[in-house]
Design a protein around this ligand. Structure first.
Ligand code: 5GP
Length: 135
């Protein structure tokens, strides 16, 4: 059975997409720790990130690097933190989290909630920076 992230990639479940190429799809985490919290997912359905092929993992990290630059451009922050957990959704993904301080990365923090309009505006801002950086 397809994972929830495969259904998102296929467009069967809506998401706030920020970037995509032939191998990877990036969208806003629906329960964000901070504004701009984004997930990077390989289109190939693999549960554990360290089961990806070497070239796939390298390409995913490069995609995440480019996206981190776009996130930081859209939402100025000290750094974009990266985390891999994967205990909730069995489809490999990287969390990219714009942070001002270490505690912004704590997954035990309460999650933020945004309206549809706010989520759409956040995704549009990151997507715009992603497109600009590609020029
Ligand atoms: P993890 O598997 O890394 O522990 O956590 C999965 C992450 O995916 C969580 O941060 C959760 O909020 C996010 N997530 C789970 N289901 C959905 C969904 O349907 N849509 C979106 N955008 N994010 C989701």
């Amino acid at each position: 059975m397809a994972t929830i992230f495969s259904k998102i990639i296929a467009g069967e479940i809506p998401s706030y997409k920020v970037a995509e190429d032939d191998k990877f799809y990036a969208f806003l985490d629906i329960n964000p720790l901070v504004k701009g919290h984004t997930l990077v997912v390989p289109k190939r359905e693999v549960d554990y990130i360290f089961d990806l092929e070497d070239d796939e993992l390298a390409a995913m990290q490069i995609f995440a690097k480019k996206l981190a630059l776009a996130i930081q451009k859209a939402f100025p922050c000290k750094k974009v933190g990266q985390a891999v957990i994967g205990l909730e959704v069995p489809h490999a993904h990287i969390h990219l989290i714009p942070i001002q301080k270490e505690s912004d990365m704590l997954f035990s923090n309460p999650k933020l909630s945004f309206s549809n309009e706010e989520f759409a505006a956040i995704a549009a801002a990151i997507h715009k920076a992603w497109e600009e950086n590609a020029d």
